[in-house]
Design a protein around this ligand. Structure first.
Ligand SMILES: *[C@@H]1O[C@H](CO)[C@@H](O)[C@H](O)[C@H]1NC(C)=O
Ligand SMILES: *[C@@H]1O[C@H](CO)[C@@H](O)[C@H](O)[C@H]1NC(C)=O
Length: 294
């Protein structure tokens, strides 16, 4: 036997591969709450089955961070709990080297897909950080994540905006431009100015824009990045190209994420064709009319 063969055997024994299924592996690695909830939802047998399964396992801290009312709802509604938990499971043995940026994967839950992103060396699932990838188990693989994932209503960007009362001016502006079909594509990142943001615009700016579709579309496209960029992908001093081909500048100031002069007030809203960050200021391109000369 060669030295490297011995190393492989030692590694396999050390990783617990021989004994532990995905659930036991997750529990050992800080997913005790997950284990308890899986029992409550009667899913132990399922996850102990042959699989193979890929389990995105939230650590205990992720459950602790849930608002109390959400946690209460989860623990009192077994059907909902089962739906949420099965949304963390993908059928197949998917290791991190098989994941690609902006890939969407089916879950055992059935109706809602997970979105994977790769930002440099970071991997996220629906914006949650994979903090410990590739823990092999007898019936699959476990990736520990720092947030609880929710199956989402299968709304698109514009459907979500239309259903959100505080985004009514944005929805109106989009309807006055030519971008409704554009927004059906994707995946996109939308920095969505709230109604408060529109109210802060200097007098006349919005009414001028509403009278000039070219200018309006240019401003709206300045709020869009092609591809999904969750908070995890936004870093200090990052410059990103907006869909109108001009740059946005990202600043991280303590807990705050700032896009040009706009503060992100609600981050990481996952929708069918991308992600939305609500912002408190409308983003105006540095000089207008530069779309073709830049
Ligand atoms: C999962 O994939 C890894 C890496 O390819 C492999 O070593 C492992 O045996 C697989 N596990 C199962 C249960 O198929
Ligand atoms: C509309 O806006 C575009 C782009 O900003 C500009 O080039 C054009 O002159 C404007 N049209 C009118 C009628 O103001």
């Amino acid at each position: 036997m060669t030295g490297s063969q011995i190393m492989v055997i030692l590694f396999l024994c050390g990783s617990g591969l021989a004994e532990e299924n995905v659930l036991m592996t997750a529990e050992r690695l800080g997913g005790k709450t997950l284990g308890t909830l899986v029992k409550d939802a009667d899913l132990v047998e399922t996850l102990s089955g042959q699989g193979p399964f890929t389990l995105f396992a939230p650590v205990d801290k992720a459950f602790k961070a849930l608002p109390q009312d959400v946690l209460d709802k989860l623990t009192s509604d077994k059907e909902l709990l089962s739906q949420v938990l099965t949304y963390h499971v993908v059928s197949g043995n998917v290791t991190s080297n098989q994941l690609k940026n902006d890939m969407v994967v089916d879950t055992v839950e059935g109706t809602s897909k997970l979105r994977v992103n790769i930002y440099g060396s970071k991997v996220t699932v629906d914006g949650a950080n994979v903090i410990l990838p590739d823990q092999l188990a007898t019936n699959g693989v476990v990736h520990m994540v720092d947030k609880v994932l929710y199956p989402l209503p299968t709304q698109s960007i514009l459907e979500y905006a239309a259903a959100t009362p505080t985004l009514s001016q944005l929805v109106y502006a989009v309807s006055m431009g030519d971008l409704i079909d554009f927004f059906k594509g994707g995946p996109f990142t939308l920095f969505a100015p709230s109604d408060e943001a529109f109210d802060k615009l200097p007098a006349g700016v919005l009414s001028d824009l509403l009278q000039n579709k070219t200018a309006l579309n240019n401003v709206l496209e300045y709020h869009v990045i092609l591809g999904t960029v969750y908070s995890a992908g936004l870093s200090d001093n990052l410059r990103v190209k907006a869909a109108n081909n001009q740059d946005l500048t990202v600043k991280i100031e303590g807990e705050n994420v700032i896009i040009n002069d706009a503060k992100v007030t609600t981050a990481d809203v996952t929708v069918k064709n991308g992600v939305i960050h609500v912002i408190d200021t409308v983003l105006l391109p540095p000089t207008r009319n530069t779309k073709h000369s830049s």
